[in-house]
Design a protein around this ligand. Structure first.
Ligand SMILES: *Cc1c(COP(=O)(O)O)cnc(C)c1O
Length: 366
């Protein structure tokens, strides 16, 4: 690093590393060979959209009305409860920027969970406290509640990435009520389409400190357009509008999001979710036949988590055969755990064939 940059860089940024997505790491050195990506919980379906360039010379609306109205209707909330941003990741960042004073306030997370809450907080010099999930991945409610008045935001992911577990409604209610006058409880529902009836969006009117995060990146198969939503009481939405960029949603993104949220777009998404749910059940059954594999957590999203002692060799074998899944073994209570994103029937079968042949080789080597 240059001396000047080193001298100028914020203290809290000095120790950070650029985000290393598997895409970045894996793309290097693999050349032209086609890879199968089952690592980032993306949808395997690439749907097509029309884009009209008529207004590309103009700045877009900050909060495009058709996107806000259709997402609010889809979620059963009012437009005043709805904010659209550059992915749910930007929603996380806006919450931290609007509600946490740097070098003073803190957030609470419940690992093992999604990594961006902590990463976002660290970039803004906001402390991260942890109340790990219990061994069965339920919330440690007393552990969480002990942080009253010590945190401004409590992040709870449900269905949780990477455990696939949905948070028990009674536990969540206890937490939301406990922090009623001291913190916002942010329920990350990135995977809610895979467990729709467990959504908390319909409780916004009951709990003014409840915030729900959503995205088009998973069930809607639009990770590439970067579009997410924050659902909250109007006062909280107004606070986030103070810190959001003037034009966060590019015009093509707004057009594509509106089409995805039309009646036919929603029906297509629901069909694809049913398809993925059926595929996940098949994958699960096949994994269960392998003695060295132990399924971990639950299956309320588009991925499966499992534990196996040979996880390092298995990952390498899959990488050598151009299949990428996700190593989750560094997270608390997830020793030796790998996560598979459900793909198309064909991709899943190819993956399972590889996994079966890996364990056959292991057997015959003994
Ligand atoms: C994928 C994911 C997100 C990020 O969504 P984007 O809209 O793509 O930024 C947020 N939360 C969880 C739990 C996720 O798995």
């Amino acid at each position: 690093m240059s001396n000047l940059v080193d001298k100028l860089l914020c203290d809290n940024v000095k120790n950070l590393k650029p985000y290393e997505s598997a895409r970045r790491l894996f793309a290097a050195g693999t050349g032209e060979i086609q890879q199968t990506w089952l690592n980032a919980n993306e949808s395997p379906f690439a749907n097509s959209y029309d884009v009209d360039s008529e207004r590309f010379n103009r700045y877009p609306d900050c909060q495009p009305t058709s996107v806000i109205n259709s997402y609010a209707a889809y979620s059963g909330v009012a437009p005043e409860n709805t904010l659209v941003s550059r992915g749910a990741d930007e929603g996380i960042e806006l919450l931290i920027r609007a509600f946490c004073n740097p070098a003073q306030d803190a957030i609470l997370i419940c690992p093992p969970t999604y990594g961006m809450y902590a990463i976002s907080a660290e970039t803004f010099n906001v402390d991260v406290h942890k109340a790990p999930l219990n061994e069965d991945f339920s919330l440690d409610v007393p552990g969480i509640c002990a942080y009253k008045d010590k945190v401004k935001l409590v992040f709870i992911c449900s269905p949780n990435n990477p455990t696939g577990t949905t948070v028990d409604a009674q536990q969540l209610q206890q937490v939301v009520e406990h922090f009623a006058d001291s913190a916002l409880v942010v329920v990350d529902e990135a995977y809610i389409e895979f467990d729709w009836q467990s959504s908390w969006a319909n409780k916004l009117a009951t709990y003014p400190n409840l915030v729900v995060l959503r995205t088009l990146s998973k069930a809607f198969a639009l990770a590439g357009i970067r579009c997410g939503f924050t659902l909250a009481a109007p006062a909280a939405i107004q606070a986030l509008l103070k810190v959001i960029a003037p034009y966060p949603i590019p015009e093509p993104v707004a057009q594509i999001a509106s089409q995805a949220l039309s009646a036919s777009g929603i029906l297509r998404m629901q069909d694809q979710v049913s398809d993925l749910n059926a595929q996940r059940a098949i994958l699960k059954q096949q994994l269960m036949t392998i003695p060295h594999v132990e399924l971990v957590g639950d299956d309320k999203a588009n991925f499966i988590l499992f534990r196996c002692e040979q996880k390092q060799q298995l990952m390498q074998y899959l990488v050598d055969n151009h299949f990428l899944i996700r190593d989750q073994s560094k997270q608390i209570n997830l020793q030796n755990c790998l996560r598979i994103t459900v793909g198309t029937a064909e991709q899943n079968q190819q993956l399972m064939d590889l996994i079966f042949s890996f364990f056959q080789q292991q057997e015959s080597a003994q």
